[in-house]
Ligand binder design. Structure first.
Ligand SMILES: [Zn+2]
Length: 178
């Protein structure tokens, strides 16, 4: 295939939304920078969450840090904890509001394994590694919804100044998967 030869020679193809290009699954694509984990489009969840996860992995979710980079927002601080820069990894995994939610979800993890400072590592865990662990089907099915409701809770805080607890985030995710 001609395109493959071009890519092998170092040219890169525009990825766009990723809907039509299984870019991270193709072994012949360049590997620098490191690839996000595979599995977003194959995950068992609804399309809006697949799209959200793709946006998170491609740094396209409009958190404060991202908006500040684009000169659209003056403050990088996390609106939920008020303590750290709000990156996508912080919002979904490392903010204490997120870590408490993940703790309540009781995922089978090894000590220090999850969450980590790498968004790729965290997504690799929730999309791939978790499925090799002993855990209930319901527990695994909740994971994409937890990501979704963490984002919703963040937006409730930003746009309505409403505090949604980690337990409420988990309960919302549970209610979508029973
Ligand atoms: Zn925070």
């Amino acid at each position: 295939m001609a395109a493959k030869a071009l890519l092998k020679s170092g040219l890169r193809k525009a990825i766009g939304s990723g809907y039509n290009t299984r870019v991270w699954d193709e072994s012949w694509l360049p590997t620098s920078p490191p690839r996000p984990p595979t599995g977003v489009w194959a995950s068992k969840t609804v399309p809006k969450i697949k799209h959200f996860m793709w946006q998170a992995l491609t740094n396209c979710v409009p958190v404060c840090s991202r908006l500040a980079d684009l000169h659209c927002h003056p403050d990088r601080t996390c609106p939920r904890c008020g303590q750290h820069e709000e990156t996508i990894n912080h919002m979904l995994f490392e903010c204490h509001m997120a870590t408490q939610t993940w703790s309540l979800a009781a995922l089978p993890t090894d000590p220090g394994e999850f969450p980590s400072s790498s968004i790729y590592g965290n997504f690799d865990f929730v999309l791939n590694r978790i499925h090799k662990r002993h855990s209930t089907k319901e527990c695994k099915a909740r994971i994409p919804w937890i990501l979704w409701f963490l984002w919703k809770a963040r937006n409730e805080k930003v746009f309505s100044n409403k505090d949604i607890s980690p337990l409420e985030v988990l309960q919302s995710a549970v209610s979508e998967t029973i």
